[in-house]
Design a protein around this ligand. Structure first.
Ligand code: AMP
Ligand code: GLY
Length: 449
């Protein structure tokens, strides 16, 4: 049976969006793919549209005009703004959680109260709306202690304070200096959890779910997991140190009560539920919920996924997750972020990227994919059998050159029969790539090997 090719709109412009787009482009059902706003890499597999991921009215106008069959809402901020609700109101098919379902991510205060109510293991906490009260609480409590702005704060809203002074300073910045604006109106102060940090993803249709293999991000900028937090410097999956018993425990104690709890609250969760989990001595505990695919976790998941991603999205939208079988390749994957010098602080943009081929030539290492808009351009197609795939994050094409355009610039992904093999391949591929100021972690996956 031949199926109608679908026109697809992918919201976002990072490595996650390039990876999802790359996988979508392999579906026999995928027709034209649009990215809003996309990056230098996504322009190789579809068309970049100059509309911000948060400009919902313009996105709706575009989707209607182009007769988009399916929109994938991937980043956190449009979800928090209610992109799914707004698209649905106009009859457009969009995948992702609604505004009320994604509150699990955009309000840490909501997420904590939800976990308490539904018996989901998490760090002990208190919620504050007042600087003096929060300060007093910290002064009488233990350290380390974790201070979190409740709202979305570009991944910068969390301070793991080693001293009471540091915690008070973080509170001052949030409540008095208002550095996170309204995202800091409420603050969660929580117990410090020690253990190994892992990422779990589960796809849900609001009632049932399927859990992905465990993955692990490396959030700090420098080797040894030190320095400031970033969006994520590298991921590995699956995790050799997480066995089936642990996955079952996580599913039973965290994913199941979360999906059933959201349904009970009248906020059925359709999309990816991604808890950040600490494997503590007392068992797995949630330190945050995300209501979307992780970046760069997604890049490793897309390398391992052996099922059509559009089948997965359709099952999630159509209430058919319980009968969906998700196949994963029997391989390990890694994705190493190459970042701009100075990131996550101030960095320059516009540096020419060399070693992955000019955008007008073949990509020697793969990473471009097919250019559907100009079929005459010859591209390497990083499909099956290609061990290395480069996902673009902060890149753009300027005067025919591929240049840096963000903090995390590229993600170099590799697969292998062992984690060690995947990592060796990725690091070898990185040797060929350069741009002024390029920095990356040399120890991704080291503690797991
Ligand atoms: P987030 O911005 O929510 O991803 O948190 C940033 C980082 O803070 C996480 O990746 C953890 O390493 C750390 N973190 C958050 N909550 C806790 C906690 N309760 N105990 C220890 N570390 C935490
Ligand atoms: N991997 C970090 C994030 O997506 O939040």
């Amino acid at each position: 049976m031949t199926q109608k090719k679908q026109k697809i709109l992918i919201i976002g412009g990072g490595g996650r969006e390039h990876a999802i787009g790359w996988k979508v482009s392999q579906s026999p059902r995928a027709g034209e793919i649009f990215f809003a706003p996309g990056n230098g890499g996504t322009s190789e597999i579809g068309k970049n549209i100059d509309i911000k991921a948060t400009d919902i009215p313009k996105l709706i106008e575009f989707a209607k005009k182009e007769k988009i069959d399916l929109t994938l809402a991937l980043p956190d901020d449009p979800l928090a703004l209610g992109i799914v609700d707004e698209f649905q109101k106009t009859g457009l098919r969009i995948w992702g959680p609604t505004k009320s379902a994604s509150e699990l991510e955009w309000s840490k205060a909501y997420a904590k109260n939800f976990m308490k109510k539904h018996g989901i293991p998490t760090a002990k906490y208190e919620i504050f709306t007042d600087f003096e009260k929060a300060k007093k609480y910290v002064e009488t409590g233990a350290v380390p202690v974790v201070v979190k702005a409740s709202g979305l704060a570009l991944g910068k809203g969390v301070t793991v304070a080693q001293t009471k002074g540091e915690a008070t300073e973080a509170l001052h910045k949030i409540f008095v200096e208002k550095i996170f604006d309204n995202a800091g109106n409420e603050v969660v102060i929580e117990e410090y959890l020690s253990g190994i940090e892992i990422s779990i993803h589960a796809i849900s249709d609001g009632e049932s779910w399927k859990i992905f293999p465990a993955s692990q991000d490396h959030k700090r900028i420098f080797d040894g997991n030190v320095g400031p937090n970033t969006g994520g410097m590298g991921t590995i999956a699956p995790l050799p140190f997480v066995d089936q018993k642990m996955m079952t425990q996580i599913e039973e104690e965290i994913i199941k009560p979360a999906i059933l709890g959201m349904k009970e609250e009248g906020r059925p969760f359709v999309g990816i539920l991604y808890p950040g989990i600490m494997l503590t001595k007392e068992g797995p505990k949630v330190f945050e919920f995300n209501a979307r695919f992780g970046d760069p976790e997604t890049q490793t998941y897309m390398r391992l996924l052996d099922t059509d991603i559009l089948d997965i999205v359709d099952a999630s939208l159509d209430g058919k997750i319980s009968s969906l079988e998700i196949k994963w390749k029997n391989l390990f994957a890694c994705n190493i972020a190459l970042a701009s010098g100075g990131y996550p602080g101030i960095y320059e943009k516009g540096k020419i990227i060399s070693g992955i081929g000019s955008p007008l030539e073949e990509y020697p290492l793969g990473g471009g994919g097919m250019d559907l808009s100009t079929p005459s351009r010859k591209r390497a197609t990083p499909q099956e059998g290609n061990d290395i795939v480069i996902f673009h994050a902060g890149t753009k094409i300027e005067n025919g050159n591929l240049v840096t355009n963000g903090g995390r610039v590229l993600g170099v992904s590799a697969v292998g029969n062992t984690l060690q093999e995947a990592l060796e391949k990725a690091y070898k591929a990185i040797e060929k790539i350069s741009f002024e100021g390029m920095q990356y972690r040399k120890d991704i996956g080291k503690s797991a090997r």
